[in-house]
Design a binder for this molecule. Structure first.
Ligand code: 13P
Length: 284
């Protein structure tokens, strides 16, 4: 298959009560690992990269690898650009072959967020590229973006409705109490707010900060309308810890391929677990 837009992958999710997991990958091996997990569990897959990873790997390497994964897969695979504030970079990624982009203007006033999101939607829609935008501010650290606890704010349901109407955005990430990174305690999710937002807008909703949310809470979020769950930190940490373990256990092994194998396996197992949690297993 070729890379597909994430729009059709998310289309039925709310109605059918599952969410597609979007995995942030930092290396080609992580991309391969989540693709293997998707294939094995017959799950639709969204691979996503932050702007930092775009700078690190390069757009063409990422698109090339994602296309290779999609070609080998019998399940649908989309490639998404996560949390991008840079309009020009969004255009470059779309031109290069990304099938989904996030324009993140959540740090700006509502009107500016509307204006920029609408601009991206106008370009992306005719090209069949999905667009995601954020309302409210998700706290925590995601790559170069840091939102302190006191600056985080929750999305307002009525504003969500107006935002979707004004922008035509096909996917919305409302801040509902989750945060990027590892939680210090339990996440403080405002379930009532998810319900209220879902009652106001019928586009697929995106749950950011998917690392470390307890199983029952993930399931509740999905049941209330979260259609895509982003997972970054847990995957990155598991990959790196697996590499560290190899270095500690086999300091004389100097073949990079031999330590990538167990690290990929750890990422794949974690990806399978997240897909099970979100109920997207066998939904491809
Ligand atoms: P975590 O790093 O908490 O998994 O959040 C991922 C995310 O929301 C990426 O946009």
């Amino acid at each position: 298959m070729t890379l597909v837009s994430s729009t059709p992958l998310l289309a039925e999710t709310r109605k059918k009560g599952y969410a597609v997991v979007a995995f942030n990958v930092h290396t080609i091996e992580m991309l391969q690992a989540v693709a293997e997990a998707a294939e094995e569990s017959r799950s639709p897959l969204i691979v996503q990269t932050t702007v930092g990873t775009v700078k690190h790997l390069g757009i063409d390497y990422i698109v090339g690898a994602a296309k290779a994964a999609a070609k080998q897969a019998s399940v649908p695979v989309a490639l998404h650009l996560d949390h991008c504030q840079d309009f020009e970079l969004i255009l470059k990624c779309i031109r290069a072959g990304y099938t989904s982009v996030m324009i993140d203007q959540s740090m700006h006033p509502f009107e500016r967020n509307v204006e920029m999101t609408r601009k991206v939607v106008e370009i992306a829609r005719p090209l069949n590229v999905n667009v995601e935008a954020e309302l409210g501010k998700v706290g925590g650290v995601e790559d170069d973006i840091r939102v302190e606890d006191d600056a985080a704010s929750l999305a307002d349901p009525e504003e969500c409705r107006r935002f979707v109407e004004l922008t035509g955005v096909p996917t919305l990430a409302p801040a509902i109490g989750t945060a990027h990174g590892i939680y210090k305690g339990e996440p403080n999710i405002d379930f009532k707010r998810i319900e209220d937002i879902a009652a106001q807008v019928d586009v697929p909703l995106v749950l950011h900060g998917g690392s470390g949310i307890p199983e029952a809470q993930v399931k509740r979020c999905v049941a209330l309308g979260m259609a895509k769950m982003n997972v970054a930190t847990e995957l990155k940490n598991a990959f790196t810890r697996a590499l560290q373990k190899c270095f500690a256990e086999r300091p004389d092994d100097l073949d990079p391929r031999s330590y990538m194998v167990p690290a990929k396996e750890v990422v794949k197992r974690l990806a399978l677990e997240k897909m099970r949690l979100c109920g997207c297993t066998n939904k491809a």
